[in-house]
Design a protein around this ligand. Structure first.
Ligand code: ARG
Length: 472
């Protein structure tokens, strides 16, 4: 880098030196590190287009591309740093290019603006983030499915209002999260349609007198199409809001799962033994084994909601076209995406450690099976409400004590004790479930196979998402 201080590119228009504190305050070099590779890719595509359209000579174009590739190499080697005095990633790259290839660097910014450039960079970043999010969710889905297969016969209490409700298979429970995460993937796929549109060629907003070919840069960068209106293209940050919302939804799913685990590992629930490799201890209570990792995943959903509302409030009431406010949205967006990556990685990491406890519970009579018993009575000819009332009466009179309950049922329903006992064993109650999407073993197996097919489709989808560096 040159030692001699040269005024920044746009500063040459002013007769006074610009206040340095202001420059530091207005710089975006810290967050722009996330955009370096995309900015270089967008610039290479732009130069190739300028050359094809004969807007710049071939020799200059070759030199520009060589210089840009060299900056990419420097960046990958950790040798390219963004200097705040050059304000942002775009100016830093242009300055470095001029250092590397001299005055030829001055051809780079023909027929473009930082307004369409930053929008393009952000879309490339968002596209890569979508691919990464989908990949991470697929990993989680696979681990959940492994757990579902491994503990296929394990039966656990299902809860509503956090009260014992009906027995379910562990695999049925775990699958519910595979499907929740599936919706996140579908949202991301849908969002990609709006993310993958090129603004590059809109220039400041109004277009250019040069005979550019924006469809060519669109193709080179793997975008689906070029934006229809330049003013909209440089203004639009809807996709940041949309992807941030989806990240929030993912985080809500992670936090729901974390919350379940926090409960399930307690002595009170005792459904899962907290593995020591993912537990933390107490500095004063020697007996403690805490699930801090899950608590931190849980709280991060709060951060995600904060980031989302923060981002949306920055968009409120902005005038058309580029306004510097938009610069600040990048920080929040990157934070949102990184936060989601981290929590997905942690959720993925912990799943193999989740081993449901021994299955003795499933073999013992339990009034959690009362609904199944009512269904049995309906099959024997009672109206459901009649069956419900009879069982409710037995629950009331036995005060929920299972042996008393069985006796009351035998007396009231004229059914053999053995039969009642068998009906209210959680293991049998689960087996008796026949409805589609229910917890019956056959239905759960079908749901598992369907989920496996969905995961394979997800993998196919993610493989075809273009990455910018492959294109240029
Ligand atoms: N540093 C700006 C950003 O990150 C780039 C666009 C600047 N455009 C402008 N007209 N000042 O958003």
């Amino acid at each position: 880098m040159t030692k001699k201080k040269r005024a920044g590119i746009w500063q040459r228009r002013f007769s006074k030196p610009v206040n340095n504190d202001m420059l530091r305050f207005t710089a975006s070099t810290e967050e722009d590190v996330c955009l370096i590779e995309y900015d270089i890719a967008a610039s290479i595509a732009h130069v190739k287009m300028l050359r094809k359209q004969k807007i710049i000579p071939g020799r200059q174009a070759r030199s520009l591309i060589r210089g840009l590739r060299q900056i990419r190499t420097e960046y990958l080697k950790g040798k390219f740093r963004l200097l705040p005095e050059h304000e942002d990633v775009h100016m830093n790259i242009e300055m470095r290019l001029q250092e590397l290839i001299g005055s030829t660097g001055q051809y780079l910014h023909t027929a473009r603006s930082r307004n369409d450039l930053v929008a393009a960079d952000l879309r490339l970043y968002a596209r890569a983030a979508i691919a990464k999010l989908i990949k991470k969710i697929i990993m989680i889905q696979k681990k959940l499915l492994e757990s579902a297969r491994k503990y296929k016969t394990v039966v656990m209490p299902g809860y509503t209002h956090l009260q014992n409700a009906q027995p379910v298979l562990w695999s049925f429970y775990v699958l519910s999260y595979v499907y929740r995460f599936q919706r996140d993937i579908e949202c991301l796929q849908y969002a990609l349609k709006r993310v993958n549109i090129s603004p590059l060629g809109s220039c400041a907003f109004a277009g250019t007198t040069h005979a550019i070919d924006p469809d060519y840069t669109t193709r080179l960068l793997g975008f689906d199409r070029f934006a229809d209106n330049g003013l909209d293209a440089v203004t639009d940050r809807d996709f940041l809001g949309e992807v941030s919302y989806i990240c929030t939804q993912i985080m809500l799913h992670c936090s729901g799962f974390a919350e379940d685990m926090i409960l399930y590992v307690t002595r009170e629930f005792s459904l899962i033994e907290l593995d020591e490799s993912i537990a933390t201890g107490s500095s004063i209570m020697p007996q403690k084994k805490n699930p801090d990792v899950f608590e931190l995943i849980r709280v991060r959903a709060g951060n995600a909601i904060g980031n989302l509302t923060g981002l949306l409030s920055m968009f409120k009431g902005l005038p058309s076209a580029y306004n510097r406010d938009l610069q600040e949205t990048k920080k929040v967006f990157f934070r949102q995406v990184e936060n989601t990556f981290q929590c997905l990685d942690m959720s993925d990491m912990v799943i193999p450690y989740l081993r449901p406890q021994k299955n003795i519970w499933a073999e013992q009579e339990n009034i959690i099976c009362a609904t199944g018993l009512a269904d049995y009575l309906v099959q024997k000819g009672y109206a459901f409400r009649q069956a419900y009332d009879m069982i409710a009466q037995c629950v009331k009179e036995s005060k929920g004590k299972v042996d008393k309950f069985i006796k009351k049922c035998v007396n009231m329903m004229k059914i053999k004790e053995e039969m009642i006992r068998s009906l209210i064993k959680p293991k049998n109650a689960v087996k008796a479930v026949k409805s589609k999407s229910g917890t019956g073993p056959k239905q759960t197996n079908q749901a598992m196979r369907r989920a496996e097919r969905l995961v394979r489709k997800n993998q196919q989808f993610v493989r075809q998402i273009r990455t910018s560096s492959a294109a240029v």
